[in-house]
Design a protein. Sequence first.
Length: 385
Amino acid sequence: MEWQRGKCIGKGAFGTVHLAVYTATGRAFAVKSVDAESAAAMACLESEIRILKRLSSPHVVAYLGDDGAAGPTRNLHMELVPGGSAAEAAAAAQGGLGERGARGVLRRVAAALRYLHEEAGVVHGDVKGRNVLLGCRGYGAKLADFGAARLVSDAATPRGPRGTPAWMAPEVARGGAATPASDVWALGCTALELLTGRRPWSELGGATEVGELLLLVGFGGTRPAIPACLSDACLDFLDRCLRRDAAQRWSCEQLLRHPFLSTDAADDATDPWPSPFPSPRAVLDWAPSESDSEALDDAEAESKHEVMARAKGRVAELASNGPPTSWDWEEEVGWGTGATWASDTWAPHPSSEEPRNGSATGSPVAMAILVVTVTAVGVNAGLGW
């Protein structure tokens, strides 16, 4: 199906996300695109496509299609979730969403993870606030970005740490494969992020190097700082998620029955959390891309008005539940300024994927070498690919 690319709404280490519209129907969607010449980017996107195709959950961003397998740009078409990320909402709230607001988001993320772990056989591998997208006016939350995901049935070969260090479980920071239990740790870190408006481990400051943080998470014997002002139920929930021994963490099925998440469950459909964004503008002042677009040619120019009319109608439809949020943001690369912060999404160079000479991937010696290697790797946060 032909489509037209609009403005960029997100940038990551390997690619970009644009607003797009199907020319025949006017349906708006999000398209993630990577350069086909980048082997790492293509492998990441192909894995994401393979996994998204098998998923069907109201709590997971839906796969709509893909194209460009033989072209210069590979594209993944996804459901458009127009309210921005949960991380943005928490940061804009200046102090986090509070327990009630965070609870509504976390309940949906836990439900998404329960579906992934118990029904789909998938480990997400990069759960964090930036990968949780909100609907209009804060209604609904969906888990996105499956670039680091893997099937549970795939061989759990250690590949070095993958994901976002500040949200990584200790066993993953030591070089182990992501598991359902490591997703639960990341859920706990995401809970801290939404409750406080700050990334986990922010007590260390913003200049911590990636290798330093990996060593601390993997071998430091501690966990991110937890505010003492939280309720007993919230503190207990965080404790169940953030246990350094993976075998002692609760499953998402258990967490969904925890008093912290089960409280006010009936309010989900009627009590949205705060949204930091104004009314939508991006489609209404549409700015088509000049490249990589399967847009209308000159002979079809007269139909562009019809396409845009349908797109505007779609915006109105998405906004029908109340004052909607904006699609007119540009995703910043990282939260901090200056050098890349240690919580930025990172994966080792392909050359470091396999341990050499029988060395143990998770050994302290290997991690010490990793410090030297990682500090030279430059990474971007973006959307986490």
